[in-house]
Design a protein around this ligand. Sequence first.
Ligand code: FAD
Length: 284
Amino acid sequence: MTAWIITTSSNISHLLSLAGDAETTAIVIGDAPIAGVHRALRFPLEPGVPAESLAGVVAQRVAASGTDVVLAENTAVGRVIAGAIAATLGAPVVTGATAVGEEITRIRYGLVEERIARTGVVVLVADGGEPAEGAVPEEETVTAQGYAARVAATNAAAKESVDLKAAKRIVGVGRGFENIEDLAIARDFAHAIDAQIGATRPLVDGTHWFGRDQYLGISGHVVAPDVYVAAGVSGQIQHTAGIAESGTIIVINDDELSPIFELADYGIVGDLYEILPALAKELQ
Ligand SMILES: Cc1cc2nc3c(=O)[nH]c(=O)nc-3n(C[C@H](O)[C@H](O)[C@H](O)COP(=O)(O)OP(=O)(O)OC[C@H]3O[C@@H](n4cnc5c(N)ncnc54)[C@H](O)[C@@H]3O)c2cc1C
């Protein structure tokens, strides 16, 4: 089996483990050092040129290779290029793969293991992992003209970005919050306990009150803070799979039958609109 790995970084250890015994070729876009693959094709990027501009030429190069498997890092750039390759090859894209051979094994929603027969070339999108160990491969540099795109200016985003994986304390908010203005209650409480705020799917994909950096659960971020406070969160499996490893879980919910209470170290049955401000006041 041959596998082509598409990356903009050195972090390909997980992609390599998926490739198993395959003969590996890395397409490296940009200047990140690479190791652990059999050979590498490097597509340098001029300053200000986004990596996505090379999606078409990279796709053409991969299509000409006749490879069995394409592995792309699960980043915004990786997904764009994986899509271009899949479209060029007429190949399926599979996410969540755990093993690749004649069959692909994958986990769906953290719940179900699926085995998919591989009938032709397939594109896998997966976490890159850590910087790979191993020999530095022979490299060929490819000078290619992508589509014309250049970043004209870069300004810091006004919005503070949140790193939930690094947070020691997280307040998870759910549909128990009725209006976007009411989130001030959660923010005051989070401020009082020095926590970051994360959210359930309806508040990310439904109301769009939060970005994906604050999405908790199996389709968002899987986290393990020292303290997780769930407020107005019912505790469906797709959510709890993302927070179950937290140290201490505190639940505030007005329905004592909500499944989230099964995970709780401490549970308060009541109205979050009363409880969160009262707790914040006490803690301050
Ligand atoms: C394929 C798939 C993937 C998914 N992935 C994810 C994922 O990664 N993350 C995720 O979060 N979800 C995910 N979901 C959605 C998930 O199944 C649930 O629908 C979602 O987690 C429910 O969000 P919630 O708890 O905010 O809302 P609800 O289930 O509506 O719960 C709201 C809770 O708030 C309580 N409440 C209401 N008012 C108050 C009040 N005033 N005070 C206190 N409590 C109150 C209610 O009793 C209820 O328990 C996924 C679903 C699918 C199908």
